[in-house]
Design a protein around this ligand. Structure first.
Ligand code: MN
Length: 300
């Protein structure tokens, strides 16, 4: 086998991202400086900022730091039970939509073109199934948000989350139906291997189902620790990404009780110390992603 043949089919053109919670729990000015400097040093192209600490995020200095480091940014968040667009209660829905609008404005002001996450739901375990009225409210709210996002040049992502974190969208098929019902061109699907492991048949079928509507990817292990240290079929997932010619961001997401965001860490049930050295974790993930993506394309 010739070497140029091996090199011919790779997916290494995907921007590689890292979730800010690998570095710091919140987004004060000092924390953002640390997040940006360490992400760039570890070789990443993109930083994902969770907007759970929006009140302390200084947009201007954050954008300046990102630009100076040559890093792209994506923003993410989930909602809360008292501010939830999937509620049947219109007052709760209105608070959820306001939170989304504020977060969308921050995303655009940071220079981001992707705003994703559980935008359609509170982040946490619901006590009962979603209601038809609640689903209708979420679809309507996201349709309104998508219209505002389009004017700002932002694409919205529907991150598919597991049953313990939402009752609205747990599978790729549900996400596709939800996006169809929103009916906006700037709404895409966001797959996360950690959630897929809990809800999907495997890590391949959902990628093929979503196909060209895939716009963002989280790669995380089954326990959200070091890539390759768990039991997920990540090579199979990367093959599927290559098979649908996915060229969007691939962001490493990992959580440990070593880095805590009060509230968010509880919502995500981050109870265990899966790592304590974010720099080692991030460097390892970058090597892992680069190495595996480089050999994930089809060949004869
Ligand atoms: Mn995720």
């Amino acid at each position: 086998m010739k070497e140029d043949h091996l090199m011919a089919s790779t997916t290494t053109t995907n921007p590689l991202g890292i979730h800010a919670l690998v570095w710091e729990g919140n987004t004060s000015v000092d924390e953002v400086q640390s997040i940006v400097a360490q992400s760039a040093k570890a070789g990443y192209d993109l930083v994902e900022l969770s907007l759970h600490d929006l009140e302390n995020l200084d947009v201007a200095s954050t954008r300046a730091a990102l630009d100076e480091a040559g890093l792209k940014v994506a923003c993410s968040r989930g909602l809360a039970f008292d501010a939830d667009v999937s509620s049947p209660d219109t007052g709760v829905v209105a608070r959820g939509l306001a939170l989304l609008q504020e977060s969308l404005a921050a995303t655009a002001a940071l220079g981001g073109t992707v705003f994703t996450g559980a935008l359609y739901s509170a982040l946490g375990k619901y006590g009962s199934a979603m209601t038809p009225d609640g689903r209708g409210n979420a679809v309507a709210a996201l349709r309104e948000l998508a219209s505002e996002a389009e004017k700002l040049g932002v694409t919205l992502g529907l991150e598919i989350c597991n049953r313990y974190e939402t009752n609205v969208i747990n599978t790729a098929r549900q996400a596709l139906r939800f996006a169809d019902d929103i009916g906006s061109d700037n709404v895409m699907i966001h797959l996360d291997t950690y959630h897929m492991n809990i809800e999907e048949d495997d890590l391949v079928r959902p990628v093929l189902e979503v196909g060209s509507r895939l716009g963002y990817v989280h790669v995380g292990e089954n326990h959200r620790g070091y890539l390759g240290s768990g039991h997920l079929d990540l090579p199979g997932f990367f093959h599927a990404l290559a098979d649908v010619n996915y060229s969007g961001p691939i962001t490493f997401e990992s959580f440990s009780s070593s880095v805590v965001a009060r509230g968010l860490s509880d919502d995500l049930a981050v109870w265990r110390d899966l790592w304590d050295d974010g720099a080692d974790l991030a460097a390892h993930a970058h090597r892992y992603l680069t190495t595996h993506l480089a050999v994930s394309g089809p060949r004869d």
